[in-house]
Design a protein around this ligand. Structure first.
Ligand code: HEC
Ligand code: HEC
Length: 156
């Protein structure tokens, strides 16, 4: 390495780190809502609002009595508060199924598939993972809304 290239390396490294943390910030819920954390974080981690667009959250909150095979109904006031929080912080990437209906699963969105295309098939079926929706099996800080590479630990 020549003397001249050292500062350049440092610069590139810093730029890289900045991009990484900017991405992580984007994924963290903008703001926080205690009702959402409590009611939507009991059966699974409270999935960050930014991971689905507003149309998906609206559809989901309208069908909580038929929520992935369970009844996750809420009192009207709580449901309204949570819906407002979710849509105010929703992602902007469209997420539609083949019929043009809003997707209900983060794990069926194109970006999710793309981000996870290197996860080996056997890992999705591993007893410690069970379901791709079980984010915390690999993302150690999913509970806190942190999906950065730094906190990624694959079961081995
Ligand atoms: C009574 C339990 C229960 C409650 C309460 C609950 N969920 Fe779920 N949720 C489930 C189950 C079961 C699944 C399917 C998990 C799987 O496929 O492994 C699920 C899946 C999801 C998924 C799709 C995950 C994926 O595959 O991408 C989202 C998004 C979701 N829930 C959001 C919510 C929100 C928002 C709330 C609060 C309003 C909530 N859940 C409350 C049981 C619950
Ligand atoms: C079987 C392990 C596993 C599970 C379960 C899993 N992920 Fe991941 N996730 C990964 C791997 C591996 C990557 C790719 C890291 C890389 O190479 O950038 C990743 C990347 C990501 C990224 C991009 C992170 C970044 O900074 O680039 C996000 C966001 C993410 N996952 C969210 C989720 C969510 C939300 C769930 C649950 C609905 C989930 N993941 C479930 C393993 C997993």
């Amino acid at each position: 390495m020549t003397k001249l290239s050292k500062p350049l390396c440092a610069l590139l490294l810093l730029a890289g780190l900045a991009t990484q943390s900017a991405q992580a910030d984007e994924l963290r819920p903008a703001g926080h809502n205690a009702t959402w954390q409590k009611e939507c974080g009991t059966c699974h981690v409270a999935y960050p609002p930014s991971l689905l667009p507003a149309a998906s959250w609206r559809e989901m909150m309208n069908t909580l009595d038929r929520h992935f095979g369970t009844d996750a109904s809420l009192e009207a006031a709580q449901a309204k508060e949570i819906l407002n929080f979710l849509t105010a912080n929703a992602g902007r990437r469209a997420a539609l199924d083949r019929d043009g209906k809003p997707l209900q699963r983060i794990t069926e969105t194109n970006w999710f598939r793309h981000e996870h295309d290197e996860v080996p098939a056997r890992l999705w079926k591993d007893a410690r993972v069970k379901s791709p929706a079980n984010c915390a099996a690999c993302h150690q800080k999913a509970e806190a809304g942190d999906y950065s590479e730094r906190s990624l630990r694959l079961p081995r």
